[in-house]
Write a protein that binds this ligand. Sequence first.
Ligand SMILES: [Zn+2]
Length: 245
Amino acid sequence: MNLVKTGKRVERRSLDFGNTKIAFSLSFSTRKNLNISVHPNLEVTVNAPVDRSLDDVLSRVKKRAPWIIKQKNYFERFQPLPTEKEYVSGETHYYLGRQYRLKVVKSDKDDVKLIGRYFTIYTADRSNKKMVKELLNTWYINHAEEVFNKRFKICYDSVKRYHIPHPQLRLRRMTKRWGSCTNSKTILINTELIKTPICCIDYIIMHELCHLKIRKHDKNFYSLLTKFMPDWEKRKESIESKSMI
Ligand SMILES: [Zn+2]
């Protein structure tokens, strides 16, 4: 097999490990060691020294396959999987981990109210699901802004003495992640998180705050997270075990 010494070129490769196909992007650089990373978006990247043969790289990736699969499974569990909603009366929707029934009521004025165990949506055309969805989503986003800012302040205040830089909090609706840390100054939180309990929201915020100090999910990262939030594993399990969105 040919040697690939193309400097910055990145190529797509894949190999079979048992029944699992492992796809990855491969690049070569002047680095000394071969590095295999599994990213939270489930991407696998392999960076190899320029003098490694492709055969050698592939055999190294194959050797690490069980670890790659394990990492991918870990991140996969972390992917929020939205369920298809119908936006009709009687349907279950979540807010802060609690179940509410949807009630769509005909009204001249569009509005959303959370009363008792019901999400009541007021709108002119009860059969207009797109409109019901839009009204409910706007309500969620408004509440996410309020709740996340409040929780972010509480979480940050409890860890700022550990010299965590003060980040900017931004909200975004995401389908693949609960949160991310885009650079040292911005934390991105998925607005869908408003459907999960406060303890889970705090866990995601705390997890991202730890990334401001430690980028990778290594031993140091988890020991810092444990210091800030000793029961984080329980919260993580809780967010992963239920389908709230
Ligand atoms: Zn992370």
